[in-house]
Design a protein around this ligand. Structure first.
Ligand SMILES: [Zn+2]
Length: 188
C-alpha cells in the first residue's frame, strides 16, 4: 500500500456543531418550512472564527449540508445502540482512526482521517465521541419536541429532562398546552 495522505481531526466545539446541524440540515429546515430558503453561506460561518477554521481545508455549503444531514440522525436516535451504530458508521465513512502522539513525556490521543475532504464530518464525529466520553448518556443528545421544529440540542441540565432546542420553542409549547387545557375545561 502506498502512503496515504491523512489529516489530523479537529473536533468542533459542541455549540458550533449544533449550529451547523440546525442551519444547514435538511430535516430542521424542512420541519421549520424553511426548506426553500437559501442556505447561509459557508463564508459566513468561517468569518465567525477564522482561526479555528484555518485547521480545515476549504469547504462549501454542500459539504455543510451533507455533514449536517449525516449528523442529525445521531441526535434523533431513539436508543443508545442506534446512536453508537450511527457513529460507528460515520467513523468508517470518514475513514477515521485514533493514534497516540507525544510531546516530551506527555502522550495523548489524536484522531486522523484518511479523507481530508471529509475533515468537517470527521470533526463533527470526534466532537460527539469526545462528548460521550465525558457524558455517556446519549439520551442527552436530542431533537426539539416543539411544533415545526426538529432542531438538535445537547442537554446539559442537571436533571437531563430537556425537550426543546430553545426557550422560544419551550414557551410556545407551554402556551399551546395551557390554551388546549383551558378549552377542555371550558367544554366540560
Ligand atoms: Zn425547537
Amino acid at each position: 500500500m502506498g502512503a496515504r495522505k491523512t489529516a489530523e481531526v479537529h473536533p468542533l466545539p459542541i455549540p458550533l456543531l449544533v449550529h451547523i446541524v440546525n442551519e444547514w440540515g435538511d430535516a430542521p429546515r424542512i420541519e421549520a418550512h424553511e426548506g426553500t430558503k437559501p442556505y447561509p453561506t459557508a463564508e459566513s460561518l468561517r468569518a465567525e472564527s477564522p482561526e479555528f477554521w484555518a485547521h480545515f481545508p476549504p469547504f462549501d455549503e454542500r459539504t455543510l449540508v451533507e455533514t449536517a444531514n449525516l449528523i442529525h440522525p445521531i441526535f434523533a436516535a431513539t436508543t443508545g445502540r442506534q446512536c453508537a451504530e450511527h457513529l460507528n458508521q460515520l467513523i468508517l465513512e470518514a475513514e477515521m482512526s485514533p493514534a497516540l502522539s507525544s510531546e516530551a513525556w506527555a502522550v495523548h490521543e489524536v484522531w486522523h482521517t484518511a479523507r481530508p475532504d471529509r475533515a468537517l464530518l470527521a470533526g463533527a464525529v470526534l466532537s460527539l465521541v469526545d462528548h460521550l466520553r465525558h457524558e455517556p448518556d446519549a439520551s442527552r443528545l436530542g431533537t426539539c419536541e416543539g411544533d415545526a421544529c426538529v432542531d438538535v440540542y445537547v442537554d446539559q441540565s442537571p436533571a437531563g429532562r430537556r425537550q426543546y432546542c430553545s426557550l422560544t420553542c419551550q414557551n410556545r409549547s407551554r402556551t399551546r398546552a395551557y390554551r388546549a387545557n383551558r378549552r377542555t375545561v371550558a367544554q366540560s
